[in-house]
Write a protein that binds this ligand. Structure first.
Ligand code: SF4
Ligand code: SF4
Length: 201
């Protein structure tokens, strides 16, 4: 019995020594493949985000704040405000993604967000914006936005002038110095001097 046990104890290490040792994957060098529906760090398309703040309003944990970002699209987002997400509070529910009216926000595949302080895991548009404009494109878009605004202003002024002109033609012309006399009310019928049924004798 004892002899059999001893043989077993010696044979096991000899068998396993020939196999490659099993070990944990060496993170972060080896990342496991994540499913397509993985909800990781958000991905923002800053070229189409309109800065409506719907994502911030719907977030149940109030972890989205709108902040300035200079590589967005001024033609779509006049105030250039984009979401910044506090991953210390985010529960990856995806409600912000569902609420986005232009579908420019989605859950990404990156899950690494370790940091030394809480601020390290607050990711602004400079991190989550996977699509953005470069400085030259932003400048060109700003010029275009200015041109469109000037055209709109000109068109509105022309429409107002045309309306005023049309209104002036229809209105009655007032003669200077002429006073309008108030319309006379018809005189109320005087009560008959003789009582009804009674004749003058
Ligand atoms: S995934 Fe949920 S908790 Fe996280 S930012 Fe979006 S709405 Fe908020
Ligand atoms: S990400 Fe979507 S919901 Fe959030 S501000 Fe931009 S357009 Fe609005």
């Amino acid at each position: 019995m004892l002899k059999r046990k001893m043989i077993k104890n010696f044979s096991w290490p000899l068998k396993t020594a020939r196999k490659a040792p099993e070990m944990t994957r060496q993170y972060p060098e080896y990342m496991m493949e994540l499913p397509a529906a993985e909800r990781g760090i958000h991905e923002l398309d800053a070229t189409t985000c309109i800065g409506c703040s719907s994502c911030a309003r719907v977030c149940p944990n109030s972890c989205i704040e709108m902040v300035a970002f200079k590589f967005g699209n001024p033609l779509k987002n006049k105030k250039m405000q984009y979401p910044r997400i506090d991953y210390g509070r985010c529960m990856f529910c995806g409600l912000c993604v569902d609420e986005c009216p232009v579908e420019c926000l989605k859950m990404g595949q990156k899950v690494t967000m370790a940091g030394w302080t809480r601020d390290d895991i607050i990711k602004g548009p400079e991190v989550i914006a996977t699509k953005r404009l470069n400085a030259a494109e932003v400048k060109a878009a700003e010029e275009e936005a200015k041109r469109i605004a000037a055209e709109k202003k000109k068109a509105a002024a022309a429409a107002a002038a045309a309306k005023e002109k049309a209104g002036g033609a229809k209105a009655p012309v007032a003669v200077a110095g002429e006073k309008k006399s108030p319309a006379k009310k018809p005189a109320a019928a005087k009560p008959s001097e003789t009582a009804p049924g009674g004749g003058a004798s």
